[in-house]
Design a protein around this ligand. Sequence first.
Ligand code: PTT
Ligand code: SF4
Length: 637
Amino acid sequence: MLNIVTTFFSRGDLLFKGGWQGKILRVDLSKGKIWDEPLDKDIAYNYVGGRGVAIKILWDELKPGTDPLSPDNILVIASGPLSGSPMPSSGKLVVAAKSPLTGGYGDGNLGSEATQYIKGFGYDAIVITGKAEKPVLLHLSENGAELRDASSYWGMKALDTIDAIKKDFEKTVSVLTIGPGAEKLVKFGVVVSERTRSGGRPGIGTVFGSKNLKAVVVDRKPDFKMYDFDEARNLGNEAAKFLKNAEMYKAWVNQGTMLTIEWSQENCVLPTHNFSDGVFDEWEGISGDTMYEKYKFKISGCPFCTMPCGNMSRAKAEPFAGIEVELDYENVAMLGSNLGIGSMDAIIMLNYLADQYSIDTISLGSAIGFAMELYEKGKLPEKYKDGLDLKFGNVDAAIELTERIANRKDGLGKILSEGVKKAAEIIGNGAELYAIHVKGLEVSAYDCHAAPGMALAYATSPIGAHHKDAWFIAQEVKKGRLEYERWKAEGVIELQRIRGGMFEYFVGCRLPWVELGLSLDYYPRFFKAVTGEDYNFDKFFEIADRIYALIRAFWIREFGHWKREYDYPPMKWFEVPLTKGPYAGHKLDRSKYDQLLSHYYDIRGWDENGIPKVSTLKKLGLDFVIPELSKIVKLTE
Ligand code: PTT
Ligand code: SF4
């Protein structure tokens, strides 16, 4: 099976001064057809890249109500103008689609050399529709793009697939792939790259699986057009020097995101026993220090990063000894304290299984924790117990359940593979109280019983509960933690504009700024050097607001209605108080949360139900959504 690209617009770069390469690679897997299209200037300038380009394409082209697992879903793999450039930590790529887990907009951001090589071949994004008859992989090389038979890789675990493809191709390639969990359509399948990077929590890996797309393979092609490469390189060197001299640099490369375990324990936000406690008695066994001193054997990380934070760690204790995996905070908290597991060796095993099957660690930890809490509370009906002793801390049960979820084994495994929202609906018996999610996406690893601002950040995240758009908790614990005042809504929105906006459309890692304090003022300078365009922060924020409003419009269109309650945090944080630690007894106050949410809507220019107002849509240049939205909901002027 071979399809060479017929390039009718081979010099896309002529459209732009740099950064943007000017073409989109289109692939229809059903027809086995591949072609080029120019990147629309309006999309580039007003939505920039990554998440921005993805939502614009989904809005324009996805038929409302499309089944996310049908051939008609649209898979977008998008770099951004700054990806792969001398901007620090620029080796990131966005993968997006309509989410099979939530039914709304879904994306993820993962480290991959492919982000640079795709641009080397002149593309800003790859857009894939249809479904291949048999498993295929998409290969980009000097000869064009082709679909190849991938039957021999189908069923292979994700990390093994990366090794096998790299060996078979006999040259340097970057690989994006999935494992058997995503192939079998576990709803929270992720995409894996570079062996240690995974992204697309809301089931973007599952969309690969539904299309019989095993992998995207891109030959090494590092050079792409930039406006003023010398200036970009000088700025990159200056920024790298700052980062290397930053006070936290050494601690960061030693432990990376694992520094957060101790911080979360101290601040009573460490998810423990399915978000019941906030502190974990055995936290020291899973801390960053323990990881660094006993388990870490190598620094890893994303490509082109001068502050690599990946903790390659090796299990020591039998029966897991020798298993190697990269440990990050979310993985350790959700597969450790959240399950009452204090053994790093067991966590390494669980994390390894998640990576090999290509299923999201956060949703996996949430699903198992949910089942364990139901079991311990006597709320898991007998018919769903499947012979498992699901007590918190039972490592064997957690591993067995992981296998059953990843293989969608009939019974509890299959039910949990749908995500906790759906699982709670199936189980009934009041189970929804223990399902920790927003809009169907499981909450990442911060307990918010006593953190209303972070609860708002989760509740208003554009993909469902994820911390990537606004890690407000760090500010909140320092100042007025229990308040529900307007400054919190302002703070969440500011972070959403920077993290969920700028870094998701540039596309690059936000951590040089977040963790080591690289000044944000560098970013308009990088933008100018790479693209030749003068954008200031007002413009950057306006673009972020445009993307947010369009994503909200997309959710409304897909749901066919909208309710304010969709922007609520998990019910448990309102109803069941924290049981341990300095904030024991605390829970969120619903009426005060409602006031905070109203502040949020007011600042965003959205109405009391969370629907963007006509004036806001017009101000953001989104007039084109008004006719469609007004057929579904009543719009406010
Ligand atoms: C991200 C989410 C996170 S966020 C983690 S650990 W984290 C989990 N990692 C998983 C994994 O590993 N294997 C697996 N099977 N599932 C996993 N699910 C979880 O996915 C990641 C880093 C991290 S480590 C974070 S915070 C930052 N995230 C960024 C972001 O979102 N945007 C951005 N511009 N920069 C970021 N920098 C940091 O990147 P999702 P990665 Mg991941 C093995 O993708 O879908 O967004 O979910 O991307 O390349 O692995 O880097 O304590
Ligand atoms: Fe990747 Fe960490 Fe570097 Fe960010 S700081 S690019 S997550 S290695």
